[in-house]
Design a protein around this ligand. Structure first.
Ligand code: SIN
Ligand code: NI
Length: 265
């Protein structure tokens, strides 16, 4: 691992913290100019009514009350693409995981809307992903200051050691902690990550996480980007991002829609 790169992007303590706990908070991953630019791009892409990205639900729907989500904004907007594919974030993911290379799985704009907002229930992301191996992770970049009033994130340290439990429906949730009974990981251990806009958390796909409902009068904007270690193979599980793509079961997920964004030296 290159010490120079590590020093520039992440402290060794942050890498150690992620490897122990399965999440880490990294402040100020965007400059104030970048934050302003990314907010503008995200507002543009969320306001567009067509494109190649996927809008998960419409206003009034049960999922929309949890998240107003658009998947793969980078395919519609060159400005979003610049951030989603930025080597800075992928390189951080590479340093955290120790992977030899990092590919993009997908980005998603995650807005928690004001008015009848619901929390994002406790869940593990990797239960939804069509990947055979563990190790994929998300960066979640706050575009607004976040706390428990508008949907900041919470994590259970070391919970990825519980392994992959059952998927949770985000709009009609089961109780993840019932599935986790006997694993030694429970809600009382959770850690809250209040952050300034322009800061981020990284979390492993197996880490238990949650976000509060938004009880303010403004949307809570976040850009999440899912990265996977190069070589991660396709499980064949149905997923909106991989269905219809020319991927072979048990072969590496690769190609222009899943670009290699960071590579070790
Ligand atoms: C959220 O943005 O509310 C949740 C993000 C996640 O589940 O990763
Ligand atoms: Ni999640």
């Amino acid at each position: 691992m290159s010490q120079m790169v590590t020093q520039g992007l992440l402290k060794q303590e942050q890498i150690d913290f992620y490897r122990q706990n399965g999440f880490v908070q990294v402040n100020d991953v965007l400059t104030s100019e970048e934050l302003a630019e990314l907010r503008e791009y995200m507002d543009e892409v969320m306001g567009a009514d067509q494109g190649m990205s996927l809008q998960t639900d419409q206003h009034g729907g049960a999922y929309y009350r949890v998240l107003n989500q658009r998947v793969n904004t980078w395919r519609d907007h060159a400005g979003m693409a610049r951030y989603t594919t930025h080597s800075r974030f992928a390189e951080m993911a590479r340093l955290l995981t120790g992977a030899s290379g990092i590919r993009l799985f997908h980005d998603h704009a995650l807005l928690k809307m004001p008015g009848d907002s619901k929390p994002t229930p406790w869940h593990q992301d990797s239960t939804y992903w069509p990947m055979n191996e563990d190790g994929a992770l998300s960066i979640w970049i706050a575009l607004d200051d976040v706390d428990e009033n508008n949907g900041c994130m919470m994590f259970v340290p070391e919970s990825r050691r519980a392994g992959k439990l059952n998927p949770i429906s985000l709009s009609d949730p089961q109780d993840l902690f019932q599935y986790a009974e006997g694993t030694g990981h429970d809600q009382s251990q959770s850690v809250i990550c209040r952050m300034k806009a322009g800061s981020a958390t990284f979390h492993d796909g197996l880490t238990f996480h949650f976000a509060h409902a938004n009880v303010t009068d403004k949307p809570r904007r976040a850009l999440a980007i899912i990265f996977m270690p190069d070589g991660t193979t396709y499980s064949g599980k149905s997923h909106a991002v991989t269905n219809g793509q020319p991927l072979e079961k048990d072969q590496p997920i690769r190609g222009g829609l899943f670009p290699l964004l960071a590579r070790g030296v």
